[in-house]
Write a protein that binds this ligand. Sequence first.
Ligand code: UT7
Length: 318
Amino acid sequence: MYTRILGTGGYLPQTVRTNADLEKMVDTSDEWIVERTGIRERRIAGPDDTAATMGAKAAAIAIKTAGLEPSQIGAVICATTSSKNAFPSSACEIAGILGISDVPAFDVAAACAGFSYAYAMAHSMILSSMCDNVLVVGADLMAEACDPSDRTTIILFGDGAGAVVLGKSDEQGTLAVKLSSDPSFAPLLKLPFPSRDGSDAGHSYLYMKGNDVFRHAVVVLSRLVTQTLEMGGISPSDLDFLVPHQANLRIIAATARRLGLDMSQVIVTLDRQGNTSSASVPLALDEGIRSGRIKRGDMLLLESFGGGFAWGSALVRY
Ligand code: UT7
């Protein structure tokens, strides 16, 4: 028994925040942002957008593309660290919006690596015969978690949601999944909950020691992609596409170089979407498929890295 990607979907809020908009907010420039990150614009959630509403929109498309009805979904997993409520989980809310009931539904919190974790959970649930089709959503609103006056973070993040339906299959789809973490780097990338005593006036913002995170991300991802290919018994030359977490174009390019891939074999969305945290990999996958670049039978390597530190990957024949 194997697991295979049956369908994908994505949702982006309408409001666009360009680098020119950011020049009016903080001391920065389009030139600096493009050169250091590759980002040109990102989408910002509207007042009615939540992780659950955005996730449900992406999920509805993924279920439709899979050729399934919501009633055929056997579990809902939502990777997010920006749920509106601690509970009900965004996964339960998504199930409610889509009319899915009487199935397991839960959120996974692994920051920007969340989608890899959720995908691995779905893969394991199917292989252990718990269910046949799992809806895996990555949805985050990280722009509002950034201090609007902090030029080191506000330029990076955008909002959005992506979704995948992973299903039981006779054909081999998922060849390997790998997850890991290292808590010793926790202080470099943090998003505390607002304090209960009001000492932070209700604001708690994302903190990142950018250049340290950058250095570790490059090293960890380089090791991760090599390990994942070894687990799947695949050599880099067998890969068709890298579908990376969209944090920084220079990190993505370093990972591609490590694999000997040309940038034409890398799905890049961050120029228009910024870093959408747990939504970035499923959004990139969906764009790659919808644009016709990724075709059935292609060998894909999905990877992500973020706060915790936590990281993960999936080697997938689409
Ligand atoms: O998704 C989760 C994982 N996250 C990541 O993987 C993100 C990893 N980090 C990064 O992508 C990069 O480190 C950043 C894009 C955040 C920063 O780029 P950098 O090349 O590492 O810059 P830096 O932090 O070393 O800062 C270089 C200079 C500093 O000025 P001085 O001290 O050299 O005078 C900063 O103050 O750039 C300055 N700077 C800015 N200048 C203009 C920092 N932010 C900005 C800005 N505009 N927005």
